[in-house]
Design a protein around this ligand. Structure first.
Ligand code: GDP
Ligand code: ZN
Length: 328
C-alpha cells in the first residue's frame, strides 16, 4: 500500500487474528540480493507474522502485469485522467496531452470530468458529445453536488489499481475524499499525513475502494508528457486507431498530416490538436537527438508499460525542490 522509510505497509487479503488487516513489513535480505524492488501495488507474500504488533517480513514478490514509473506503481490496471469542466476552464490541448500520457502507459484509460455543478445541463451535454467523439466515455461528476459519484465509485471498485492523473486544481483531492469518506477520518486522525504526502513527488499511497480495488494519487502524475517519437503519436489517439482499423493508410510511415489519400483524413475534431502535438514531439526530438525504445520497457521477457522519460526527468527536478518537505 505504501513505502515508509525502511518498511512496507501491506494490506492483507483477509484480516488475521484481532481483525488486523495491515502489517508493517521489513524486506528479507534475500529479496535485496536478487535485486528485486518492491513497489506500491505489488502483491507480496509475508512470513514471520507478529500479530499483536502487526509486523511481518516480505518473503516474495509476485510477477507484475504492469509498472508505471516516477512514482512507481505496480499492477496498475487503469489510468483515470481527471479534468475540470470549469474553474479552470477545460482546455482541449491540455486534456489531450494528459490523455496521451495516460495512453502511453498501455493500460486502460478512463476520463473523469469534475465540477459538473458549475455547468448547465446543455453545456455538460456538449462536452459529453465532444469527448465521446474523441473516443472516450466521459464520466461527469461533482464532488460538491454528489453527481456521478456512485457510478464512478462502482467503476473504481472493480479489481485492480487505478491511478489518477491530471493537473492540480481540477479537484482530485476533493474527489478522493468524496469517494472514500472513511479516508478523511483516517487522514485527519494521523495529523494531516495525506496533506504532507501530497507535496512530495515520490510519495504514492494506495487507498482501498473495495478489497482488491485500489486507488492511487500522486503529484508525480500531475504533469503531462509527449511520446519520444513522432510515429508513436498516432496510435495514442482513439480516433486515428479507429480510422486505421477500418482502412489502412496507403502511405508507409505516414504521420497523418491530412495529405490527400491519407486514410486518417482531417475531418475530425482533434485533427488540429494532433498536428499541434506532432509539432511539439518533433521539436522535442530536435532538442534531444538520442535513440529511444519507446514507452515500453522489456523486463524478464515481459513488456511493462512506463510513463515516459520526460515525466521522469521533470519529477526528479521537482523531487529536489521538494526534499525538505519530504523529510519534515
Ligand atoms: P486537486 O489539486 O486536483 O487535488 O484539487 P482540489 O481537490 O484541491 O480542488 C481544487 C479546487 O476546486 C478547490 O477550491 C475545491 O473546492 C474546488 N472543487 C473541487 N471539486 C469541486 C466540485 O465538484 N465543484 C466545485 N464547484 N468546486 C470543486
Ligand atoms: Zn496517413
Amino acid at each position: 500500500m505504501a513505502l515508509e522509510a525502511n518498511f512496507c505497509r501491506v494490506q492483507l487479503d483477509r484480516p488475521g487474528p484481532g481483525g488486523v488487516d495491515q502489517l508493517l513489513c521489513v524486506r528479507r535480505t534475500r529479496l535485496g540480493k536478487t535485486g528485486q524492488q518492491i513497489c506500491v501495488g505489488d502483491r507480496v507474500e509475508v512470513e514471520g507474522i507478529d500479530w499483536p504488533e502487526a509486523r511481518a517480513a516480505i518473503a516474495a514478490v509476485a510477477p507484475r502485469s504492469s509498472l508505471l514509473e516516477r512514482p512507481a506503481v505496480a499492477n496498475c490496471s487503469r489510468v483515470v485522467v481527471v479534468a475540470a469542466l470549469a474553474q479552470p476552464e477545460l482546455d482541449p490541448l491540455q486534456l489531450t496531452r494528459f490523455l496521451l500520457t495516460a495512453e502511453r502507459t498501455g493500460v486502460a484509460v478512463e476520463l473523469v470530468l469534475t465540477k459538473a455543478d458549475l455547468l448547465s445541463a446543455s453545456e455538460q451535454e456538449q462536452w459529453r458529445e465532444r469527448l465521446t467523439a474523441w473516443g472516450y466515455v466521459p464520466q461527469l461528476v461533482s464532488s460538491q453536488s454528489g453527481l456521478g459519484l456512485a457510478a464512478l465509485r462502482a467503476r473504481l471498485a472493480q479489481p485492480g489499481v487505478s491511478v489518477l492523473c491530471g493537473p492540480s486544481g481540477v479537484g482530485k483531492s476533493s474527489l478522493i475524499n468524496a469517494l472514500l469518506p472513511q479516508l478523511r477520518l483516517r487522514v485527519s486522525a494521523v495529523s494531516g499525513r495525506l496533506q504532507r504526502g501530497r507535496h512530495t513527488t515520490r510519495h504514492v499511497e494506495l487507498f482501498p475502494v473495495e478489497p482488491g480495488a485500489l486507488l492511487a494519487d500522486s503529484p508525480g502524475f500531475n504533469r503531462p508528457s509527449l511520446p519520444a517519437e513522432p510515429a508513436e503519436l498516432g496510435s495514442l489517439f482513439p480516433e486515428i486507431r479507429q480510422r486505421l482499423e477500418s482502412s489502412a493508410c496507403q502511405f508507409k510511415n505516414c504521420l497523418h498530416q491530412g495529405d490527400p489519400g491519407c486514410a486518417v483524413g482531417s475531418d475530425w475534431d482533434r485533427h488540429g490538436l494532433y498536428l499541434n502535438c506532432l509539432e511539439s514531439v518533433q521539436q522535442q526530438v530536435a532538442r534531444q537527438p538520442r535513440p529511444r525504445s519507446g514507452g515500453l520497457k522489456q523486463r524478464g521477457g515481459k513488456q511493462e508499460p512506463l510513463l515516459d522519460q520526460r515525466l521522469r526527468q521533470s519529477s526528479r527536478r521537482r523531487l529536489r525542490q521538494e526534499e525538505p518537505d519530504e523529510e519534515g
